[in-house]
Design a protein around this ligand. Structure first.
Ligand code: GLN
Length: 500
């Protein structure tokens, strides 16, 4: 059942929030030993659900997702559950406040189920960099669910949660959506509050929805988005309803006359044949509905990954300096009489994993005197050129379409020792973070070569998130007509494990 359908049944009194919450907790108990989507399952979920049921029976009018369970990526701080960001250095850390998006989800009546696994400090594309062990892809437990938000995506794909919160700095919502057959949205930068999202790279980070349908993503986005005075980069815009945009797209078909840009410089080569095939088929389907496919040029996009891996480590090295053994989390005293510097070094050595250390070293180097202009300064100039490429492209088209990632889910262990191969997973998602524009990934089908899920990504100009919901829902409706059911209906349901 989608979150929208579940919310409808709860509102109609056919199912209580407590029953829905218990069903998800049972599902987590049955399958999460295999999937490992959760780092922490809430002890408060049943109580929160009962409180919603009581308010409803007292006649209170509640929001469209009231009573619906929600999984929360562990990058978002919560007062009633530990927040680790996937790192040993924050093991057991309890925040004195809720992230704004968590507070808004609670206020809207959603029921937090738990905190989901992620690559440490959201650095990675497979969730294998979590200090607490990897998450597995519900479609094939020997494969990764993508990252860094593999836990949220896997929880939604495995029916452990109807919806989840994620964060996307270079693709961590959209790439796991592609690998798990789910829907993920990176909002316009500033559209959703970052207050209480443990910062990776502040100029790139965005919180967003993870769901099984475009409408569900829109409902969640409506609940968490909008201006937050606690986030200095939060936009003050009045946003339209994204759920309404999704409903409209599914109803009217937003495809007739839609100009869809395909980036010339993003060649077929480098994409797995099954991914490129699914992408072409989706474009043809849109064309058959009256969309116009237009080739656009984005000549600087080939430098996006390189620029990102200077800007991100630079910002991360600064953001992570606060993990100094004094203010947060772990403290290791290496020997009697250790100095402050000894304690700080021993704590960081024990508390940070290899990928985090790699990026802190790279970022510190890129920002150091003498190298700043050559590396960080150049990367920022490239970022401006990429933004201009998008401005030019969007003068010709309404949305841009790309495959959401180059390959389907890869086996655990395949890329973990090769950082460059891992980084290249985000070649199609990173440009949106650099430009600040919104992006959505929706399932486009199963790859012909290996039968695993593939996603198609749409990008829109800054502030045009609603357009993505309209177009995404229109294509989703068309595709599901063709499949006869949602794509996830074809995923192995982990049932023999559930029964064993
Ligand atoms: N995979 C990318 C990285 O490792 C993106 C991470 C993210 O979006 N948080 O940086």
């Amino acid at each position: 059942m989608s979150a929208a359908d579940l919310a409808g049944k709860i509102a109609a009194g056919e199912v209580s929030s407590l029953e829905a919450t218990r069903a998800h907790l049972e599902r987590i108990a049955a399958v999460d030993t295999d999937v490992h989507a959760f780092l922490h399952v809430s002890e408060h979920a049943e109580r929160a659900a009962s409180a919603i049921d009581e308010r409803r029976s007292a006649g209170e009018r509640m929001g469209p997702l009231a009573g619906v369970p929600l999984a929360i990526k562990d990058v978002l701080v919560t007062t009633d559950m530990p927040s680790t960001s996937g790192s040993r250095i924050l093991e057991g850390y309890m925040s004195p406040f809720d992230a704004t998006v968590v507070a808004r989800a609670r206020a809207a009546g959603m029921v937090p189920l738990g905190k989901t696994n992620m690559d440490e400090f959201a650095m990675g594309s497979s969730t294998e960099h979590s200090a607490y062990g990897p998450t597995r892809n519900p479609w094939d437990l020997d494969r990764v669910p993508g990252g860094s938000g593999g836990g949220s995506a896997a929880a939604v794909a495995a029916y452990e949660a109807p919806i989840a919160l994620g964060s996307d700095t270079g693709g961590s919502i959209r790439q796991p959506a592609h690998l798990t057959g789910t829907v993920g949205v990176k909002p316009t930068y500033g559209g959703v509050s970052r207050y209480g999202a443990i910062a990776l790279a502040s100029s790139l980070d965005q919180v967003g929805p993870v769901a099984r349908t475009v409408l569900d993503a829109g409902l969640l986005h409506d609940a968490i988005g909008g201006h937050d005075p606690r986030d200095s980069t939060s936009l003050t815009d009045a946003w339209p309803s994204f759920a309404e945009a999704a409903r409209q797209g599914a109803r009217d078909g937003a495809l007739k006359g839609l100009r869809v840009g395909v980036i010339r410089e993003l060649p077929d080569t480098g994409f797995q044949a099954g991914v490129a095939g699914s992408f072409r088929a989706a474009l043809e389907l849109m064309q058959a509905q009256g969309a116009e496919i237009v080739e656009v040029s984005a000549p600087h996009i080939e430098y996006a990954v390189a620029a990102y891996y200077l800007i991100l480590p630079a910002e991360a090295s600064s953001n992570l300096a606060k993990f100094d053994s004094v203010r947060f989390g772990m403290r290791v005293t290496p020997h009697a009489g250790a100095t402050v510097e000894d304690v700080m070094a021993a704590t960081r050595d024990a508390g940070f994993g290899d990928e985090v250390k790699r990026r802190i070293i790279l970022g510190t180097y890129a920002l150091s005197a003498g190298y700043y202009d050559a590396y960080y300064g150049s990367a920022q100039k490239v970022r401006t050129l990429i933004q201009r490429d998008f401005d030019d492209a969007f003068a010709q088209v309404d949305v841009i379409a790309t495959p959401s990632a180059p390959t389907t889910a890869f086996p655990l262990g395949e890329k973990i020792d090769d950082p460059l191969q891992m980084y290249l997973n985000d070649v199609t998602t990173i440009p949106a973070n650099l430009a600040g524009i919104p992006g959505i990934s929706i399932p486009s089908g199963l790859a012909a070569d290996d039968g695993l899920p593939v996603g198609i990504q749409f990008l829109a100009p800054v502030r045009e998130d609603a357009r993505l919901y309209r177009v995404g829902a229109a294509l989703e409706a068309l595709l599901e007509d063709g499949w006869g059911a949602p794509l996830l209906a074809r995923a192995p349901q982990l049932s023999e494990r559930e029964n064993s």
